[in-house]
Design a protein around this ligand. Sequence first.
Ligand code: PLP
Length: 391
Amino acid sequence: MNQRELFLKHVAQTSPTPLGLEIVKAEGVKLFDANGKEYIDLIGGISVANIGHRHPGVIAAIQKQLDAYLHIMVYGEFIESPQVKYAKLLSDHLPASLNSVFFTNSGAEAVEGAMKLAKRVTNRTQIISFKNSYHGSTQGALSIIGSEYWRNAFRPLLPGVSHVEYNSFEALNSITEEIACVVAETVQAEAGIIVPSNQWMQALRKKCSETGALLILDEIQTGFGRTGKLWGFQHFDIVPDILLLGKALGGGMPLGAFIADRKMMQVLTADPVLGHITTFGGHPVSCAAGMAAMTALFDEGILTLVKQKAELFKSLLIHVKIKAIRSFGLWLSLEFDSFETNKKLIDTCIIRGILCDWFLFAANCLRISPPLIISEEEIRKASFVIREILD
Ligand code: PLP
């Protein structure tokens, strides 16, 4: 059996049509397949490789940590310097109230932890989330995602969850003193990059403060510069009560986090003691890698060029078949008339060495979320290929 057959036979599948590329090397913005073919990566591992694949700083930090220790104890018992240093670095770049970092293995686990924390802090049980939002595949996260199609097959799910319209002022009336938390993506990713209005975000923050519902912002995709600022919420001049991070947080290693004020986070230490624990959350190698990635993001001034690169993409991606472009930072959604048009484009792009894909809840939209270090030349080349295929 060849590799592809073994992959299909022994690696559990998530769809009948996986991309199925066999990548043997990744470097910066490029991926290389088993035949030596080179790809410009416009997916970035779904907003993971923000500083590029295998950044030398990240590789060096991983190697250094490998020489010290791997897993030594379950999360929260030992003082593990990669966790301490990274939690401090994150806190230094967040508003003062977001100063306590609970590390997890994944984004979905950050969502789970945050919902549990909100229940304990507020003594309430009801949760509000938004239509077309994506928060992960574990049962709690699945309960709050905004698609009946994905939820329905796995019922019963968490009780007490209401899914309301995103960016709707009317929907804010559902936030009452019964609500433990409101979970929102700062910008809806899998809906095809839906950016809420400033006024709505501020009204959402105000309503949560008035009712005592905790505002949980999911920045698992919007974090680490994707939007042109370090955090997406900075565009809206608000601060969440709990912040969710994942994806780029680990610099290519698995890592998630929910972050809140220490006073709030302390409730997880008692009644029951050890009520929220994880074996591998905040793995020292992941924390070392993530810290190196965040340091590189600053040291290399990567954020400063995000807007300019996004503008270049937008100026080059003009074509009669592109019905609309939505974007926020170096994160674009190109809308086509159908999934079929989009899929044909994606398949041909891959043949031509450009990797892109669609959004979970917007299959007719092409996702462009490359590593933020993509060069002007790579943007021009990728855009040229996309336009040529559309022609
Ligand atoms: N939240 C958002 C906005 C996401 O995009 C994702 C993953 O795509 C998640 C949560 C879940 O993260 P993970 O796949 O690491 O569990």
